[in-house]
Design a protein around this ligand. Structure first.
Ligand code: HEC
Length: 200
């Protein structure tokens, strides 16, 4: 107990001194040069024109636990849109309740990132979406298995047909990723969905 009091006595003046330190004008200028305000509209994403049909399919996929091998985990399990687009855990819990090694970043406004994941290893959101579906500690599924599951449901066949009309093979893993990207492009502050009353 004595040691605790000694530590607190030493720590308190340090904290007070730090709080009293004024923020230098230089630091503010540097920050303003580095960080810009977010654009007010979602930028076009490469090779994936965003349509309402793709957003609708992507939304269904984002919330659907049948995308995972166990049928238990959806994207929303770790990126809960009701709690800021993440799981508020130190590191995420995935397939078989395994604890992963990394913290889940929010998906809100992720469309504005120059690359995805903490180490930037995915070029964009459509490349990123294929990762968690196949990762053993996240959704532990395979491209063939998830597509077979989705194609077994007539509603998903209709949604894929509507979203990728004109393509010979519409129900593909690539198209799944593009639909998820379209939905994620729509859930930031600039997405059209945010302007609807039920999302405010
Ligand atoms: C088991 C939890 C879990 C599930 C399920 C999951 N994610 Fe993630 N997600 C994470 C973690 C952890 C990271 C960070 C991993 C890293 O950087 O290596 C991440 C990173 C991301 C990022 C990158 C954001 C950024 O700022 O870099 C996006 C976007 C994303 N996930 C979308 C999805 C989508 C879409 C799905 C469903 C197809 C999904 N996630 C399923 C845990 C999860």
């Amino acid at each position: 107990m004595k040691m605790l009091f000694t530590t607190m006595a030493v720590a308190l003046p340090v904290v007070t001194a730090f709080a009293a330190e004024p923020i230098s004008a230089d630091l503010r200028e540097t920050a303003l040069g580095t960080f810009k305000a977010l654009p007010s509209t979602t930028p076009a994403v490469a090779n994936n024109p965003i349509t309402p049909e793709k957003i609708a399919l992507g939304k269904a996929l984002f919330f659907d636990p049948r995308v995972s091998a166990s049928g238990v985990l959806s994207c929303n399990s770790c990126h809960n849109l009701a709690t800021g687009g993440d799981d508020n855990l130190e590191t995420s819990i995935g397939h078989g309740w395994q604890k992963g090694p990394r913290n889940a970043p929010t998906v809100l406004n992720a469309v504005f990132n120059i690359a995805q994941f903490w180490d930037g290893r995915a070029e964009d959101l459509k490349a990123q979406a294929k990762g968690p579906i196949q990762a053993g500690i996240e959704m532990a599924n395979t491209p063939d298995q998830v597509i077979a599951t989705l194609k077994s449901m007539p509603q998903y066949v209709d949604w894929f047909n509507a979203a990728f009309t004109g393509e010979a093979d519409r129900g593909t893993f690539d198209n799944l990723a593009k639909a998820v990207e379209a939905f994620e492009g729509d859930i930031g502050h600039a997405g059209p969905l945010r302007r609807l009353p039920q999302w405010r």
